[in-house]
Design a protein around this ligand. Structure first.
Ligand code: PLP
Length: 374
């Protein structure tokens, strides 16, 4: 079945007890045992499994083309589960522009458990090759990246990882399975902050992992999920399944609108640079053309001037909301250097946008008036 059909149907079936077409939310933390001591429903206790979580995991596995999925309480809980499934002495390669909390987690939590890591520019394959050690078990990919929207060649990283005997996990939050298919390109695991496009409405915090094969690493991840206990709540799973049904059509609009905004910004005299993989001038454009079905809803731009000029442009916006995060219906803008703090790599003149579902002309008009004073 095609992606749009999977988005509507995978994990959904009418409730056998009532015929309800939309699934009920199962809040029960415990399930009844039969007189003979068995569990006829297959469910025992809410941390082990829950019907809403199982439906969501079925949907996510189908969307990414994986064997199984595990749903977590946040994207970072999902990321942590991958690192927890590794061992002391193992080495991980991460992008030097990964989601900044991914690096913080490795530096401040997992380093104390002797999980080692090297942060490198994943668009520089020679640098990745040099970072490989005998103990390298995992290469973590994130594409498009934050905040410069760099594009990593997943297939090239997979080839390099195979030679090194390492696995590849891909944070596919920004591209979604609609635009980029990491498992088809040879990655072993996909991670999602489902908080973003999959949920799609800025109202649920959650994360997930999808595995290509139900192998030993995934069994360890499943143990971390269930025994560690950072599972996704039933209502969150229900909201996600609801959001996923419209993902293909929301993504189409996000991509079209971001392309229009990027083109407007690229021609504006108050804008020094635009980072959007759909622009032919973008360094990652040729890889994006091969690897992505469309170029996504995320972009960033550098205002002429410094921090003060960038903050002033954001302050003048009336329709666009000044907030972090992405993937919701409303267009968001943020000064990324302020979000990341002291050790940021984001240029001070840079603003990052999650282009939403409003009519793009209204977003462009708001940007036009905000840039006028710049
Ligand atoms: C938001 C985000 C995360 C973290 O996910 P949470 O749901 O906030 O824990 C990880 N990676 C990327 C690319 C993100 O955008």
């Amino acid at each position: 079945m095609r992606f749009e059909t999977l988005a509507v149907h995978a994990g959904h079936r009418p409730d056998p007890a009532t015929g309800a077409v939309t699934p009920p939310i199962h809040l029960s933390t415990t399930f009844e045992r039969a007189p003979d001591g068995t569990f006829p429903s297959g469910y025992v206790y809410g941390r082990d499994a829950n019907p809403n979580r199982r439906s969501l995991e079925e949907s996510l596995a189908a969307l990414e083309g994986g064997a199984a999925a595990a749903a977590f309480a946040s994207g970072m809980a999902a990321t942590s589960a991958v690192f927890q499934a590794l061992e002391p002495g193992d080495h991980v390669i991460v992008p030097d522009d990964s989601y900044y909390i991914t690096r913080k987690l490795l530096q401040e939590v997992f380093a104390r458990w002797r999980l080692e890591h090297t942060a490198v520019d994943l668009t520089d394959l020679a640098a990745v090759e040099r970072a490989v050690r005998p103990a390298t078990r995992l290469i973590w990919v994130e594409t498009p990246s934050n905040p410069l929207i760099r594009i990593t060649d997943i297939a090239a990283i997979v080839a390099l990882a195979r030679r090194a005997g390492a696995r590849v996990a891909c944070d596919n939050t920004w591209a979604t399975p609609m635009l980029t298919r990491p498992l088809e390109l040879g990655a072993d695991l996909v991670m999602h902050s489902t908080t973003k496009y999959l949920g799609g409405h800025s109202d649920v915090l959650s994360g997930a992992l999808v595995t290509l094969t139900d192998d030993e690493l995934f069994h360890r991840i499943r143990t971390v999920q269930i025994a560690g206990g950072a599972v996704a709540a039933p209502f969150d799973c229900w909201l996600l399944l609801r959001g996923i049904r419209s993902l293909p059509y929301r993504m189409q609009a996000h991509c079209q609108h971001a392309a229009a905004v990027a083109q407007f910004l690229a021609l504006h005299p108050a804008v020094a640079r635009v980072h959007y993989p759909g622009l032919a001038s973008h360094r990652g454009h040729p890889i994006a053309v091969r690897q992505m079905k469309a170029f996504g809803g995320m972009l960033s731009f550098e205002v002429r001037g410094e921090r003060a000029e960038a903050l002033a442009v954001a302050a003048r916006l009336e329709l666009v909301t000044r907030a972090t995060s992405l993937g919701g219906p409303e267009t968001l803008i943020e000064h990324r250097a302020s979000v990341e703090g002291a050790h940021t790599r984001a240029p001070e003149s840079l603003l990052r946008m999650s282009v939403g579902l409003e009519h793009p002309d209204d977003v462009i008009a708001d940007l036009a008036q905000a840039l006028e004073g710049a």
